[in-house]
Write a protein that binds this ligand. Sequence first.
Ligand code: SF4
Length: 280
Amino acid sequence: MNLKVLNTGQSTVGWHRHGTMLLCPQKYAYSYAMGEKRREPKSAPFLGTLVHQGLAHLYLHMGLLQRGKHGGGGYERWSKAVARHATESDEGKLFTPPQQEELASHALKILRAYVNQYADADMQQLEILKVEHEIKVQIDGELYTQRADLIVRSRRDKKVYIWDHKTAGGFGLSYGAQQYTLSGQILGLDYLGTELYGADFGGVLLNMISTKRNDFERVFAGAAPDSRKRWLDTLRYARERIKALSDRDPLDYPRTLDPTVCYAYGGCDYFDQCRWGGES
Ligand code: SF4
């Protein structure tokens, strides 16, 4: 039987859409508003994607074991498939693109260190509730979705936590985590967790993974009350912008033209099309 690779990608109508509209309407047009002509972005950074996928399979496996389902050996099978540089699963998702074998080995090294450090303790201290779960709620009568990497109940305080796995380079992990406390994605998870679990909800935890040093840190991303309220206001504003522009030709959406947005992290996926104009 082929291994089914878990989907760790974007949710249906989540923060990534609204955040992109706020960042750059033209980028939103290329990403979401062009229908059939929609631009496919460059693939996500391979190392981070692979680590993320490995963690999904690890915790799914752990949850199955906790429920007495010993046949759920997905993590072992997934890592063996990556180790032999398998290129696709039954869903046709790429494990190891050509020339990326070294990164695949590096991802497995990081995951081995992670398993050594956390697997036994997590098995004891956490009840695995959901893995890669798309949360769906209605906000102002409209569907809103976000994918939670992991939802657990702590056996210590009995609270439910949403975990978000973040891979980071060489900076100190706590320093890297600080930027996420005002991230729309993390505040969105906080909002959804509060809606779904009420007083049982403990908050969002950032599971920080250094891909340079192979070390890890778990940082609580406590949302300030004002930030929670502002998140909802900001979501409404983004929705208004999306509706207001929906009659326009997507190629005529406004552009940010700000180099910190257009050329951050190696450049916007649509930089060349945007530079030369049209659908070229
Ligand atoms: S290159 Fe800049 S202006 Fe063009 S879509 Fe990307 S972020 Fe927007």
